[in-house]
Design a protein around this ligand. Structure first.
Ligand SMILES: O=C(O)CCC(=O)C(=O)O
Ligand SMILES: [Fe+2]
Length: 445
């Protein structure tokens, strides 16, 4: 991968333009070789990197925004209460309209561990990592209102706990689940929340959150059509819609979430998760998962600790693990996304299987006009009741946890080998207080 500001489009590599005030013919503007738009000459490189409309989703997303204005009754989630005027908010400038934006939203190490981080374009991000970033995803007023409301609610949210070496620690953030299905989900689905966290704080989503969810459903569905075959079968053909949003509140740069993957048991294999950031800008770090992480689990039959314990466990070693990875030469193993207010990150499959994500602590968090140093994150997730129902009970009598194996495949000839394709999955005991040692391949047909 080239880290120079050079771009290959349809097999033609466009060399970076010299950073002079005027182009070769003396004009102060140049037509973008990709989208054809007239761009101030010194800004053409950053336009190509971050703002060019010719990237696949630019026009699509523009259409999303337009459709949202024309069709506010869009029924992405089953939240009710949306009214036509609700979504008639003025649109903010979208990233593909910000010609010449100078921001470095995506940084990757230029070499080994500790090397300088260099920017890559949103297009390169999408190509190299199964994630993508959409700026200004909601109408500005909706994003601001939602932030104001959630910042007001956040003091009533729950601070989770995790146990390590017998000691209880408070989670460095507060959280809450907002249901987007207005109590429509059955008992089984409600039970799935317990699987997400044993400390459930679940509420009905307020109206602005329902509106946001409808827009996000639509964005995810439209962008998902580009890669339908990669999605979980039930999410294909525009099938994805969020059933709930997990909200996190980070009061300041000292609050964080350690490296982890979101739990597969309630969401099913190859889940798509859409993550909305509101308020102060924070770094969202993705690292390729260490194959030895699941090897330990599978070999010893030991349970992985739940929730925070697992997160903290990985946190200390994640950097080393990524450095050890040594996958294909030039491949990106680690990426930092700068998540500004009203930015959506879509984690496509197989992000939860093959990558780990975190929001590291930071000494430098700039203030947002509404929330100061605080940040709210909402991850929009789709429950898969069938997945949770399939999980066997371990010897402790608890539901075992579905996990992806990075380095092992199911035994040749087994049902799982025939049906699961590349990825092996297994169930393991999920008891934080001590594993019963339960472990078996998932042999789903
Ligand atoms: O705050 C974020 O951006 C990520 C939160 C997250 O990963 C989670 O709640 O599982
Ligand atoms: Fe997560």
């Amino acid at each position: 991968m080239s880290l120079k500001r050079r771009r290959t489009v349809a097999g033609v590599t466009h060399e970076p333009a010299p950073s002079a005030a005027a182009g070769p013919n003396g004009s102060r503007f140049v037509n973008c070789p990709v989208c054809g738009r007239s761009i101030a000459y010194p800004l053409i490189n950053s336009h190509l990197d971050t703002a060019c409309t010719a990237s696949a989703e630019g026009p699509q997303l523009a259409k999303v925004a337009q459709d949202q204005r024309q069709d506010p009754a869009n029924t992405g989630s089953s939240c009710t209460g949306g009214t036509p005027q609700d979504t008639k908010q003025p649109q903010t400038t979208q990233w593909w309209q910000q010609s010449g934006a100078q921001k470095s939203l995506v940084l990757v190490p230029s070499g080994g561990k500790g090397s300088k981080k260099v920017p890559i374009s949103l297009e390169e991000l999408r190509r190299e990592v199964p994630c993508e970033l959409v700026e200004n995803v909601l109408p500005k007023e909706l994003a601001n209102n939602l932030l104001t409301q959630l910042i007001t609610d956040a003091p009533t949210w729950h601070r989770g706990q995790w146990i390590m070496f017998g000691k209880t620690h408070a989670a460095p953030r507060t959280s809450c689940y907002y249901s987007l299905s207005n109590g429509q989900e059955g008992t089984e689905e409600s039970n799935d929340y317990k699987d997400v966290s044993p400390l459930v704080d679940r509420r009905d989503a307020p109206a602005d959150l329902c509106k946001a969810a409808r827009i996000i459903d639509d964005v995810v569905r439209r962008l998902g059509t580009r890669m339908d075959a990669d999605l979980a079968p039930r999410d294909r053909n525009g099938g994805w819609s969020a059933s709930y949003a997990l909200a996190n509140h980070y009061a300041d740069g000292q609050e964080a979430v350690g490296a982890h993957a979101d739990r597969l048991t309630p969401l099913g294999k190859r889940p798509t998760i859409a993550s909305l950031s509101l308020g102060a800008t924070r770094t969202f770090r993705l690292k390729r998962a260490d194959p030895t992480e699941t090897a330990k689990d599978a070999a010893s039959g030991s349970a992985e600790a739940k929730g925070e314990e697992r997160r903290q466990d990985i946190e200390g070693s994640a950097g080393d693990s990524a450095a050890r990875m040594g996958s294909a030469a030039g491949a990106i193993n680690s990426v930092d996304l700068s998540l500004e207010h009203n930015t959506l990150v879509i984690m496509w499959p197989p992000t939860q299987e093959e990558w780990r994500h975190e929001v590291p602590r930071s000494k430098k968090v700039s203030q947002h006009p509404i929330s100061g140093h605080a940040r709210i994150n909402l991850t929009f997730r789709r429950l898969d009741p069938a997945s949770a129902a399939r999980a066997p009970l371990c010897r402790c009598g608890n539901q075992a946890m579905l996990k992806a194996s990075l380095n092992r495949r199911p035994p040749a000839g087994g049902q799982a080998a025939v049906h699961s394709g590349q990825q092996g999955y297994y169930f393991a005991c999920d008891n934080t207080k001590g594993s019963c040692g339960f472990w078996r391949w998932d042999d789903e047909a």
